[in-house]
Write a protein of this length. Structure first.
Length: 531
């Protein structure tokens, strides 16, 4: 498709009209024009129309993931009409694969692709050419297709990049506006609760009759899933049923285990924790089951294992998915028979202990691949508690940050405060390290800032409050480029440069990620001096 003579196609130019005459510089003019997006009655529709034109597609879809699965927010044809029953027209397996891998998918002839036989067996919509592009900042997925023909030419990469950035900007702007409106009130409430809290969870949206127990460590959060987890802990704590706690690293799995123990009849007994992925198999076996004198070099006395030490209380086995098949067999015996045999010994020792375990792996998939015993999985997974990642509960970020700050203030004797700008910077971050990463950022800011925490003292990966998308490209730096044409080229250069860094110069992966042909990538690399 030939490139338009205008810097942006008509739909974008319509929602970004030139500022009034007399503007002093192109950069401020561009900023004002982009700010008009927030006032447009349907910015996503106009942007999607522009993406269809830029890609030479027949149809375009904007998808987002909800609690009930995938939903289509906007769906349009190249003629500017809405698509009826849009979700039925989308090949969801390819969307899910692109999101899971964090990479775009592109095919000029899907029916000739290696994945097509599998898709055809699933009776997915027949499509000839396709581009699936995950949007920055978790703003959804841009899905462009043509049912009847392959792409006629390379896409207008500059315009498509600008559309992607603006779609993400619209989504982030809407979320940030909602958040900032209630930020001061949230902070005042959180500060008041943090000062009066004595281990009680900050769950102000729970009715008095449904309020979780206040025993044990605080589980901070107002998110619906966190409230459900708090209530589930109250229900399962009185029993001796094994609980498997799953979730990404840093989501607070051990905190949940300690809360279950603290609210159980075993609260006066010991709570013993072991990270099964941190030590070797032979040493882990000795740690868990104990040893007798002379069992191995250095075993100069009989020593009880953690199961014996936890008898009458609770043992927490973290990263249970990292254990070997041999150790899994011995753990199964403990659960079935309630006895352990020390390493090097012949006698069995009875133990009376509740077993809580945790993993960041998909144990069901590990069972299917033969890496984890099926019988042990069902013994451990009597009750499952799945912890959401922090990026899925961003509304809890201010509460958690205030909680950690209150702890640091109490220990240090200081009275440092947070600012809306600091919280806003935290809200823009993706938090791959989850709550543990957030806690470290609060510690860093507390150590480096004055009385009020400054976003400039956040670590570079959080961005110090800069507005960044998932490629690390700052919207502010794009806007500083000057004219609209310069801004688009600046953004395109940064996107390509970030992709080259991400894939360590592998140009085939860069092309696949950005959904552009190699000839276009090579030309852009030469143009922007990125060789």
């Amino acid at each position: 498709m030939p490139r338009s003579a205008d810097p942006l196609p008509a739909p974008i130019d319509a929602i970004l009209p030139p500022a009034e005459t007399g503007a002093s510089d192109g950069s401020s003019d561009l900023t004002r024009r982009i700010e008009r997006l927030a006032e447009h009655p349907a910015p996503r529709v106009a942007l999607l129309d522009s993406a269809i034109v830029a890609a030479g597609a027949e149809r375009g879809f904007l998808l987002e993931h909800t609690d009930d699965g995938w939903d289509v927010r906007v769906a349009r044809t190249f003629e500017g009409e809405d698509v009826l029953n849009p979700l039925d027209k989308v090949i969801l397996p390819l969307v899910e694969r692109a999101v899971e891998r964090g990479e775009g998918f592109s095919s000029s002839d899907l029916t000739a692709d290696d994945c097509w036989p599998s898709l055809e067996r699933q009776r997915t919509p027949r499509t000839r050419s396709l581009r699936v592009i995950p949007l920055p900042d978790g703003a959804g997925v841009l899905y462009l297709d043509h049912r009847f023909q392959a792409w006629e030419s390379a896409p207008d990469a500059a315009t498509l990049s600008a559309v992607i950035a603006l779609l993400s900007w619209v989504s982030v702007r809407e979320e940030r506006t909602r958040t900032v409106e209630r930020l001061q009130e949230e902070l005042r409430r959180a500060r008041s609760e943090a000062r009066s809290r004595t281990g009680a969870p900050a769950s102000g949206r729970v009715g008095a009759g449904d309020r979780p127990s206040t025993d044990g460590p605080a589980i901070i959060g107002d998110h619906a899933e966190i409230i459900e987890i708090q209530q589930l802990i109250d229900r399962v704590a009185p029993s001796d049923a094994p609980v498997l706690i799953t979730g990404e690293s840093g989501t607070g799995k051990e905190l949940v285990a300690r809360a279950i123990h603290a609210r159980s009849p075993r609260a006066t007994g010991p709570f013993v924790s072991e990270n099964c992925g941190a030590i070797t198999e032979s040493l882990l076996e000795s740690e868990l089951f104990g040893c007798v004198k002379g069992a191995y070099t250095g075993a100069d006395e009989d020593r009880p294992g953690l199961f014996e030490l936890a008898s009458g209380g609770t043992i927490f086995l973290d990263e249970i998915g990292d254990t070997s098949p041999g150790l899994q067999k011995k753990l199964l015996r403990v659960l079935q028979e309630g006895v352990v045999r020390r390493v090097g010994g012949g006698d069995v020792v009875p133990v009376e202990v509740r077993v809580l375990s945790a993993t960041n792996r998909d144990l069901y998939r590990e069972v299917q691949t033969g890496n984890f015993r099926e019988d042990l999985f069902y013994r451990l997974n009597v009750i499952n508690i799945q912890l959401p990642p922090l990026r899925d509960r961003r509304d809890d970020v201010p509460l958690l940050a205030e909680h950690f700050l209150a702890q640091l203030n109490e220990r240090s004797g200081m009275e440092k405060e947070i600012s809306p700008e600091w919280i806003e910077a935290l809200l823009t971050h993706h938090w791959p390290g989850n709550i543990r990463e957030l806690q470290n950022e609060v510690r860093r800011s507390h150590a480096l800032s004055g009385r009020v925490l400054d976003p400039a003292h956040l670590s570079p990966r959080v961005g110090g409050g800069a507005k960044e998308n998932s490629t690390g490209v700052s919207l502010d730096s794009v806007l500083d480029a000057g004219s609209l044409k310069d801004a688009i080229e600046n953004f395109e250069r940064q996107v390509i440069e970030a992709a080259l860094r991400r894939f360590r110069g592998n140009r085939a992966k860069v092309c696949d990620s950005l959904a552009i042909p190699k000839t276009t990538l090579y030309a852009k690399i030469r143009r922007y001096g990125l060789e």
